[in-house]
Design a protein around this ligand. Structure first.
Ligand code: NAD
Length: 371
């Protein structure tokens, strides 16, 4: 029997728009999805950009007006990969039209906006998803299983680090990521590292933040200079509900770092480390009974770490960044079909936005705050 179609309207065809398109096309081939994904309409700010994307990626229609997607009765999912400041308006319009909404992180510039989006979606009964793709990594699932099963003993400490260097150059222009409302490295990258911290260790209950602006002005892209107020580096000490202590750091001026979405977990019987630049490797240190025989060993992702086996039967052959989007898409499509809960819905995205804001507030007030 033919699977019912799931018609997607995608808004914004930049870095993440392309990653989501990879996600839809790959997920449809790798997983036995319950719905047949149809790339229906693509929107960008000009007709040319939208048409070029439609031709290149195989959408049926193109538009320079994203409302066309929201208003189209045939479209099931509105996929928002546009700049942060637009997430709320687009999501609220889509929810009001009864669409499922898949929105990139951060869910909205402010937690209050994210709360309104969450409440609107839940009241409308639509399915939502936020793009925290790193937690879709099969070795993150393995790490969580090892933590929860007690294999590492009592978990005592955590360290998270998301560092890239795309804002190192002070002559790089002001972008939506510098928006005084909701911009900054901690919202952009710290959100990911907080999501990973809670995915692995459970709720964070207290934070002590330090978020710092380093580059105070940038070219505005129109020949002038624009003041930049948002943080380039953010750090937070953490207390987890479990009793573990920890820290996270996010930076977009970490010269030389390209994709360090890293974590370290220290338990009484073992330790784990991971680096985003080694996406398929989990390093495991089991406390050894034999003196002189201890040391970290590397576990390579393989079919024993779901859903790696859907992609490839052979271990160690490696998944990539875009494959994590395919896993995220598959989880979301399953949720839309009613097979399970959404993997990371708007309520979860709101939680992360609240944590980001609490870290900023703690930094401003120079004191520990409850989350
Ligand atoms: P980008 O600048 O590469 O792409 C944004 C796209 O949106 C551009 O094509 C732009 O023309 C389009 N756009 C802007 N205004 C629009 C409008 N009114 N209507 C239609 N299209 C419009 O940005 P990006 O890096 O792709 O970031 C987009 C979102 O994805 C952001 O929220 C960002 O935080 C998020 N993001 C997530 C990850 C991740 O790993 N999950 C990585 C990067 C970015």
């Amino acid at each position: 029997m033919a699977k019912p179609p799931l018609r997607v309207g995608l808004i914004g065809t930049g870095f993440m728009g392309k990653a989501h398109i990879f996600g839809y096309t790959t997920a449809a081939r790798v997983f036995d999805l319950p719905r047949n994904i149809v790339l229906d309409t693509v929107a960008d700010i000009t007709d040319e950009a939208a048409r070029a994307a439609a031709t290149r990626y195989g959408f049926e229609k193109a538009t320079s007006d994203w409302r066309t997607i929201v208003e189209d009765p045939n479209i099931d999912v509105v996929n928002i990969t546009a700049p942060n400041a637009l997430h709320k308006e687009m999501s609220m319009a889509a929810i009001a039209a009864g669409k499922h909404v898949y929105c990139e992180k951060p869910l909205a510039p402010l937690a209050i906006d994210a709360s309104e989006m969450t409440e609107a979606a839940e009241a409308a009964g639509v399915k939502t998803q936020v793009g925290f793709n790193y937690i879709c990594n099969p070795v993150f699932g393995l790490a969580r299983e090892m933590i929860r099963s007690g294999e590492l003993g009592e978990i005592r400490a955590y360290r998270g680090y998301h560092a890239e260097d795309y804002m190192t150059d002070e002559t790089a222009p002001f972008t939506f990521r510098h928006d005084p409302q909701g911009g900054g490295a901690f919202a952009d990258l710290g959100s990911h590292t907080l999501a990973t911290a809670e995915y692995l260790l459970g709720p964070i209950t207290r934070v002590m933040g330090d978020t710092v602006n380093v580059i105070g002005e940038r070219p505005d892209g129109k020949g002038g200079i624009r003041k930049v107020e948002v943080d380039d580096v953010g750090r937070a000490f953490l207390r987890f509900q479990s009793g573990a202590t920890g820290s996270v750091e996010a930076s977009w001026i970490a010269t030389g770092q390209k994709m360090s979405h890293d974590f370290e977990v220290y338990g009484s019987r073992g330790g784990l480390t991971f680096s985003g630049e080694r996406l398929n490797e989990l390093r495991f240190y089991p406390v050894s009974a034999i003196p002189g025989r201890d040391g970290f060993r590397t576990i390579l992702a393989g079919p024993n770490h779901p859903p790696y086996g859907e992609f490839c039967v052979a271990p160690g052959h490696q998944l990539g960044f875009n494959d994590l989007k395919a896993i995220e898409v598959a989880g979301y499509v399953g949720a839309i079909a009613g097979l399970h809960d959404e993997p990371f819905n708007f309520r979860a995205g709101w939680r992360i936005q609240s944590l980001v804001e609490t870290v900023h507030r703690s930094s401003q007030q120079e004191r520990w705050l409850d989350t």
